[in-house]
Design a protein around this ligand. Structure first.
Ligand SMILES: Cc1cc2nc3c(=O)[nH]c(=O)nc-3n(C[C@H](O)[C@H](O)[C@H](O)COP(=O)(O)O)c2cc1C
Length: 157
């Protein structure tokens, strides 16, 4: 059976909250999904999953170093994430503070690994974004993204 994981880094809880909503929505949409802080994930754990969702606070317009390190460590099995479903989300302090550049950075790494990324024509196009603590709009975007990831993963795997 297909399986998913939501991996996040979070210092003050905003990205963690988004991660938990996305993972809950993936589970409720029929894709068994774990939700883990990046500190508890080893690079080769990623091999077990069909969908890998990664969230990071925006740090100077990029993913946090802890998330980048996970991607860097995955080089030891480069090519083995080929065809898995990927998605990204981010929390920043400011509108225009770099949420979408952070998401694109994560997606770039996923594309290099051969992963399949789905945009969203109606919701947050690149992935859910939040300014500070998520409001109702953010919660809806996270639920919607979780559902879409689960549906795509079940279709492909
Ligand atoms: C080192 C560092 C760099 C940051 N850089 C940015 C930034 O470039 N743009 C921005 O809008 N917020 C920036 N922030 C704010 C965080 O992205 C924001 O507070 C986020 O919601 C924190 O997520 P968390 O609660 O999951 O830790 C930065 C925070 C830190 C600690």
């Amino acid at each position: 059976m297909a399986k998913g994981i939501v991996i996040y880094y979070s210092r003050s809880g905003n990205t963690k909250e988004m991660a938990e909503i996305i993972a809950k929505s993936m589970n409720e949409s029929g894709l068994k999904t774990d939700c883990k802080s990046v500190e508890k994930v080893k690079a080769d754990d990623l091999l077990k999953y069909d969908a890998i969702v990664v969230g990071s606070p925006t740090y100077y317009g990029h993913m946090a170093g802890q998330i980048k390190q996970l991607f860097d460590e995955s080089v030891s099995y480069h090519g083995k994430l080929d065809g898995k479903v990927g998605a990204a989300f981010s929390s920043a302090a400011n509108i225009g503070g770099g949420n979408e550049t952070t998401i694109m950075g994560i997606i770039e790494a996923m594309l290099i690994a051969g992963m399949v990324i789905q945009g969203d024509p109606q919701g947050d196009h690149y992935g859910p974004v939040s300014i500070g603590k998520g409001d109702d709009r953010v919660k809806r975007q996270c639920q919607r993204r979780g559902q879409r990831i689960a549906e795509l993963t079940k279709k492909l795997h």
